[in-house]
Design a protein around this ligand. Structure first.
Ligand code: HEM
Ligand code: HEM
Length: 323
């Protein structure tokens, strides 16, 4: 693309982003006004009194965030940064700077010849492996330790309670909470959705698009390719939306206390959790920079063959050829 039209399209995207951001702010202000208005109505006040926002946890439910959970939470975010980065590179449809073909003389050996992959897809798949492993360990430990009761809804009351929480937050008159002991029901629903709905969807649709999925036979019909292709990207958008709201609320509802919970596994108002969080941000920024497929090509070479593509020929300079 000539540089002038590239900068024009960049200008257009910036303008569009500004319009979206403006619309979001206006929508939020309207929502706050509506919520404040609603809360003056006696019926809504009764509703909030009946459903304050918390379903009780069973007796003996674990209290607090154990260190293993803090670690898994960090690794999850760390791998997701790389998945989003490599996913966006794949989506940009830029010509891969290199291709990778698995070495089929070593484990895991397959009957069919390995498919050649763009190096970005290779990196996406490698990070997927780590992300899924981390997630499986999280879910196993969640159930092994009883910690699951904090993130899995066990009664339908989470629905009215979540509506109540959203209304209370939007009206900027927040309930007093102690998330060290239990999450509010909107948190429970959101955490459940990301762990037990969005993540499995990302995995199934991703596997369907990957070379792991058989190309022929009945398996191709179990998950149609079109379905997988249509859904994989919106699932990423859901992850991004969840994370944006999640982080804003974490910071707006007692940042130091919340960060101590999840980044230092302790209940305190000091700056320790914040310091750990700051270090984790630096590590994630490093991951974003390092998740350049070509930078990792030497690693890819240990597991297969890497063919680097010559750089695209430069477009002839117009003045020189025509002049
Ligand atoms: C086990 C989990 C996953 C697997 C196996 C997987 C696999 C894949 C594969 C094979 C592609 C290439 C599709 C193609 O050839 O066009 C792809 C694209 C992509 N992946 Fe994943 N993925 C997984 C999880 C994720 C997650 C968690 C995210 C982000 C939160 C993500 C974001 C993307 C994006 C944005 C694309 C580009 C989609 C497009 O072009 O529309 N993936 N993924
Ligand atoms: C990097 C920015 C992030 C920060 C600062 C952050 C912070 C937190 C905090 C403080 C909690 C505990 C909430 C509380 O005590 O009220 C929490 C829980 C949680 N976060 Fe995050 N988070 C981040 C990113 C993410 C991402 C990217 C995901 C997933 C896509 C995620 C998923 C979760 C889940 C599922 C829980 C509940 C875990 C459990 O108790 O089993 N977080 N987060």
């Amino acid at each position: 693309m000539p540089s002038s039209s590239r900068s024009r399209s960049r200008g257009l995207t910036a303008k569009r982003a500004l319009v979206y951001a403006g619309a979001a702010v206006v929508a939020l202000v309207v929502a706050v006004l509506v919520a404040r208005l609603l809360r003056t109505l006696p019926a809504v006040q009764d509703f909030i009194a009946e459903y304050p926002g918390h379903s009780p946890l069973p007796d003996g439910a674990p209290v607090g965030i154990p260190a293993w959970l803090a670690w898994q939470h960090f690794f999850n975010a760390f791998f997701l940064v790389m998945l989003v980065r490599t996913g966006l590179i794949i989506r940009s449809k830029a010509r891969p700077p290199a291709f990778w073909t698995r070495d089929n003389s070593r484990w895991p050996r397959t009957k069919g010849a390995p498919r050649r992959l763009g190096i970005s897809v290779w990196l996406h798949l490698v990070v997927d492996g780590f992300w899924v492993l981390n997630g499986v360990v999280y879910v196993v430990l969640l159930f092994a330790t009883g910690q699951w009761v904090r993130v899995v809804p066990t009664s339908w009351e989470v629905v009215p309670n979540s509506i109540s929480v959203v209304l209370q937050y939007l009206s900027l008159d927040w309930p007093v909470e102690n998330s060290w002991v239990s999450y509010n029901d909107a948190q429970v629903l959101a955490y459940f959705a990301i762990v037990f709905v969005a993540s499995p969807l990302a995995i199934v649709t991703g596997l369907r698009l990957s070379p792991v999925w058989p190309m022929q036979g009945g398996w191709t019909k179990v998950v149609p390719e079109r379905f997988a292709r249509a859904l994989h990207y919106p699932v990423m958008l859901f992850f991004l939306l969840f994370t944006a709201v999640h982080v804003v609320l974490v910071l707006a509802t007692g940042a130091l206390r919340n960060l101590n919970h999840m980044y230092a596994a302790r209940e305190s108002d000091d700056w320790v959790g914040f310091a750990v969080f700051a270090v984790s941000l630096a590590v994630m920024a490093g991951a974003w920079v390092l998740a350049k497929p070509l930078l990792l090509a030497p690693v890819a070479e240990r597991f297969g063959q890497v063919r680097r593509m010559p750089p695209a020929p430069a477009a002839p300079a117009r003045s020189a050829t025509r002049g």
